[in-house]
Design a protein around this ligand. Structure first.
Ligand code: ZN
Length: 152
């Protein structure tokens, strides 16, 4: 009736009925928890950290150039994103980087007089001005190219 079994979760030996696969209710619960999800969210968190880091570095390059040079730089970043560069798309239009309520992607956070925000925020302004569309619509090629020659 009872068999010697190995718990599917903790791998402990136990004696149980044929259909029992865990040594305890606790192991049954632990095993049904979404391990895969927590792994994914940890990876997601790390990739978000890398994204924020890259965004900050590019934003620092951008904001330390004179304003007239920034227009050309932004045009280049947008062109890269529009060609399908996934990382640049995120850097220019990620919702967290766009959110002014946080300092993600802002290389000058905390420094007085340097409240530039992130590159995504600068891109959003640029796109609203030159494309009459959101940064996301522009980098994912949803917005039609402005045909007034302004960006060329
Ligand atoms: Zn167990």
């Amino acid at each position: 009736m009872y068999q010697r079994k190995v718990c599917q979760h903790c791998e402990a030996f136990f004696k149980g009925r044929r259909n029992k696969i865990y040594c305890s209710a606790n192991c049954r619960k632990r095993h049904s928890e979404p391990v895969q999800n927590s792994l994914n969210s940890r990876e997601k968190k790390n990739s978000n950290m890398r994204l924020i880091d890259s965004a900050s570095r590019i934003a620092e390059l951008y904001f330390t150039r004179p304003p007239f040079e920034r227009l050309g730089m932004m045009k280049g970043y947008i062109a890269l994103a529009k060609q399908g560069n996934g990382k640049m798309r995120e850097i220019l239009s990620n919702e967290y980087l766009l959110d002014r309520k946080n300092n993600y992607g802002n290389p000058f956070k905390g420094k007085r007089g340097k409240s530039f925000g992130s590159l995504a925020q600068a891109c959003e302004e640029y796109c609203r001005h030159y494309w009459k569309a959101s940064a996301r619509e522009v980098v994912y090629n949803i917005a039609p190219d402005p045909d007034d020659g302004v960006i060329d």
